[in-house]
Design a protein around this ligand. Structure first.
Ligand SMILES: [Zn+2]
Length: 98
């Protein structure tokens, strides 16, 4: 659905763009409720400037043994999830299956 594409800021597309706007990004886990700010320049050192956190999630790294998923949030007035609407819906339906 193209109509939702505009909801996500252009600077979220890759790490270089995030660094340019001095983005505030954090990883968040909906299960253990922990969050951690992401050091974007440090992440860029490891994965390169064209890496994107958009629509990405990973197994929880905030609490050892946690079965949750880390998702990425970005500060844009309030913290918003770094995923488009379609991806968010897919993740939500993953949760409901548990
Ligand atoms: Zn967790």
């Amino acid at each position: 659905m193209a109509k939702t594409a505009g909801l996500i800021s252009a600077w979220t597309r890759d790490l270089d763009a995030m660094i340019e706007v001095n983005a505030h990004v954090r990883a968040y886990c909906g299960v253990c409720k922990k969050y951690q700010d992401i050091d974007i320049p440090a992440l860029r050192e490891r994965v390169g400037g064209s890496y994107s956190l958009l629509n990405r999630r990973c197994k929880c790294r905030l609490t050892p043994g946690c079965k949750g998923w880390n998702k990425f949030m970005y500060l844009h007035g309030v913290m918003r999830i770094l995923a488009d609407e379609e991806t968010r819906r897919r993740w939500e339906s993953d949760w409901m299956r548990k």
